[in-house]
Each structure stands twice: as structure tokens, then as C-alpha cells.
Write a protein that binds this ligand. Sequence first.
Ligand code: MLC
Ligand code: AMP
Length: 513
Amino acid sequence: MTNSLYHALLGQRSDSSAPLLHLSDGTVVSYGDMADRVARISGMLRAHGLRKGDRLAMQCPKSPEAFALYLACLHSSIIFLPLNTAYTPDEIAYFVSDAAPKIIVTDPKSEAALRPVADKANAMLLTLGADETGSFAYAVATATPSPDAVACDTDDLACFLYTSGTTGRSKGAMLTQGNLLSNAQTLTQTWRFTSDDVLLHALPIFHAHGLFVACNVTMLAGGSMIWLPGFAVDPVLAALPRATTMMGVPTFYTRLLDSDRFTKGISGHMRLFTSGSAPLLAETHVQFSDRTGHAILERYGMTETGMNTSNPYDGERRAGTVGFPLDGVDLRVTGEDGAEMPQGETGMIEVRGPNVFVGYWQMPEKTAEELREDRFFITGDLGRVDTHGYVTIVGREKDLIISGGYNIYPKEIEQVLDEQPGVKEAAVIGVPHADFGEGVVAILVADGDSAPDIDTIKADVAVRLANFKRPKNYFVVDELPRNTMGKVQKNVLRDTYGDTFKKSDQPLKHAGE
Ligand code: MLC
Ligand code: AMP
């Protein structure tokens, strides 16, 4: 028994003075500083009765202390449940009732709204702001540190990440210590991370990309991170000269390319830019390489599996593809009957490997629907493998919109819209959006003669759904197009409303410009 992931990330560092985080105010947090913070947080968590296998939920702004809380959960073998800071209290209430965390850590601004949620779930509520104030900091400061890690196995659960589904409730993907560690090890080798690397970290830390890919990989290699609170063009341009690597969603790269100040001069020294979480347009790849001389390395993954494929470090990074299956990952393309398709044909992408999760929390039926007996996970992504082995994702079977790297399931929004006064039914689609890749559009059918009041609907949607899920445009129609089976033809809607965001005369405004 060993504490596998924590040990690999922090526990075995010989040089504790090595930098881990470079903060915006010039402060450097070393590996040793972080280990001390972790011991103090662990002491507090254990003093509050949290034991191996208990859950802790966090909805906090990105900060070193929020990151330390993740590491402390690994250290104490507590299951960490990070939640998108955009989620509304309504949304949080579901995750909390499902995962039953013993402690919820949230921003002081959300305390009042989440108090009833915590009380109902019998969970303790602590607050932690971006400036690291709040009751969490006080509880940690007054606790006795627990420097010893709690022993655990590679099969022990490390994290729950919730993913929505095409139907029904969100599912808590259970990821083990071994899932996270094996994926980080493979990526560290594939992308040649070393202790010399300085990763420009502008991603959120409540998803697989920013937390597991970016942080675990950098720490496993002993490197450091320039720790930005989020993505904005100015601070990223200011930090680039000090970085060696950057990981981003496609929106990061299109926003950088929109700036004249993003030049070869500012980025030429970089070792690696990677992209994922959403398709990178081939034209963005080409534009980027023309501007900087760098071929963005695109990779493909998901919450349930971590990373599955990657373009090569050496060799051609082929635009429009997601590269080859990673070492240890089996990838196959199957037809509707589940049988493997001949090479080159398009079908469902399935993956198997040490990276693949063990199932959805308390949902054995859902797990069985998506995880085959031979341990292949049915991704919901459609793709093909070419004669050279490059994987191309050609679409999704799941009804999913990916906007700025966030997943949005139309069903969840349609359910909220269907309940609105004056709405008979609603269809939600994603259409091309220059900034976010896809933007959400709602098409409503009026219930009766008068048109539904869109402002009233927007106000209710704002209470119930996280901001990135809210439709950016609404249309009211007499009826929805349906096929002979009565199913709404979303492809027809996508054709009809495909230009919604192109027609805008408004230039897109980005934070930091
Ligand atoms: C913000 N908004 C979004 C949005 N982000 N709308 C749609 N899609 C998004 N992704 C809303 C805001 O609420 C605001 O609405 C308006 O759009 C403009 O906001 P902004 O200021 O331009 O947004 P910004 O704060 O700059 O955020 C954009 C972003 C961010 C791209 C930087 O979304 C981001 O960090 N995305 C990364 C997502 C990510 O890490 N995904 C990894 C998932 S893991 P209003 O109405 O309030 O004005 C995964 C596995 C894998 O997928 O393979 O990696
Ligand atoms: P999530 O559930 O947030 O982990 O999102 C996973 C989904 O994002 C995958 O199933 C894909 O549909 C999509 N995705 C991730 N990386 C890529 C990529 N490089 N290209 C296309 N789609 C991607």
C-alpha cells in the first residue's frame, strides 16, 4: 500500500525548494511550501472527521489554496469533487445530494445561497475566497498538521467529476488513483515534460483538463506553473516570455490569434502548445503555425477516461486529427451492432486502458450502458482511423454542444425551457461561434397565440443554469421540424440557424482586450 498519486506528485520531491507556482503578485510557492500547506489542510480535514473514502466538494475560485485542497484530499485519501464556479445553487444542490460530501468548500459570496443546500445534506460548509480568506483558512490555521499521507491503493477512488448526459441526471464519474496516475505518467513521457518546464496555467481547475492534465503532468515532472486565475489575453501575453509550455482549449488560441501582439517574437521560445477539450479547426492550426512557427499539438480526451490520443511530439502533428492512441490505450471504431469496423471507416470510438474510469457513482445501469464487459468505454464520439493511424473525430453521436471547452447537454436546457410559461416546446442546438466554437441557440414554439416573454424566460434560466449553458439567442417558431418518427430534426435547425452568430455586426469582445 502506498499513497500513489500524492506520493508521485509531491511526496517524493527531494528538492523541496523547487518552485511549483509562480503567482501574479510575484510570490513563488515551492514544492515544500505546498507540502506544508497540504499537511495543515489534511490536519483540519481529519480533525473534522473526514476519513478515507469520504467526499469533499469544492466550488471555489482558482487559488493556490484551492489547489492545495485537491492535493490534501489525495494526501488524506478523501474523494475530491470539484465543481464549476459557474454552477448555480440549484445545480450544486443536485451534486451535493448525489455525492453526499461531508464538507463543502465554497466562495464566501456563495455562502448564503449554499447554506440551505449544505444543511439539507447535513454537510459542513466552509468558505474560501480567491484571496484565501474565509472560514476554511481559519479552520486550517487552527488545526494541527497531519504530515503523514493516508495509505491507499491504485484502485482507491480519488475524484468524482460530474458529467451531464443526453438524458436524465448528471453522472458522477469515479476516477481512481491509478486512472489519474497512469494518465499523467503517459502524458509526461509523451509530451517530454521535465523539471525545466514552466507551464502557463490559465485553465480552470475544476475539470480534467486544467486539474489532471495540466497540474498532474507538470508536478509529476517536477516542473512549475505560472498560475493565472483564468484566461485573458493581456496576462497571458505578459506571462508567455517566462513559460515553456501552454495547454489550452481552442478558444484560447483563437483569442490569441485575434491579437496583433501575439507574435513569433513572443512565442518563438516556447517548447509546446497543446489543445483539447473541443475540436481545433484545421484553419486555426494553420494560422497558428504561420504566425508562430509552432504546430499546436492536439489531443483528445474526456472526463471518464482522461486523455486517449495525442498527436506526436516528434513527427507530423496533423491538423484536424487528434493523433494516435496513447501508450497503453486501446482504441477501436465500432458500428451500430458493436462490431469493429474495417480500418478507415467511420463509427463509434471506444477506448480501453488504465486511464478509463471505474463507473458512475451509484448508477450501475448507466455504467453498464457505456462501459462494456471487456472494459471498452463507448465515448459517444464518432471517428475514424486513417492508414497511418491518425484518429479523426468526425462528429458526436451524443447530443452535445461544446462551447469554449465546456460541455452542454441540450436536454438539460430544453427541460428548463419546456417549463416556461407560454412555451409549448423547445429545441436547443449548437451552431458555429467564432469565439466559443459552438454557441447555444434556443428555438421555442409558443403555447397559444401570444409569443413567450423572452426576458422572463432569460431571468428564470439565469437562476437555474450556469452562465455558459444559457442560450445566447432565442427564436420563436410555429412548429419544430420533425421526421416521420416524430423526432425533432436538429440537423435541419442547425442548417436554418447556422449563421446566427455570423450575422452579428458586433465585434466579439474578449476579457483582457
Ligand atoms: C463564458 N461564457 C461562456 C463560456 N465561458 N459561454 C459559452 N461558453 C463558454 N465556455 C459566457 C460568460 O458567462 C459571459 O456571459 C460571456 O460568455 C462572455 O464571457 P467571457 O468573459 O468572454 O468568458 P471568459 O470568462 O473569458 O471565459 C471563456 C473561456 C472559459 C474560454 C476562457 O470558458 C474557459 O476557461 N474555458 C475552458 C473550459 C475547460 O477548461 N474545459 C475543459 C473540460 S475537460 P454573460 O452573459 O455573463 O456576459 C474536458 C476533457 C478534455 O473537456 O478533453 O480536456
Ligand atoms: P468532457 O465530458 O468535458 O470531458 O468532454 C469530452 C468530450 O470533449 C469528448 O467526448 C469529445 O466530444 C470532446 N473533445 C475533447 N477533446 C477533443 C478534441 N481534441 N477534438 C474534438 N473533440 C474533443
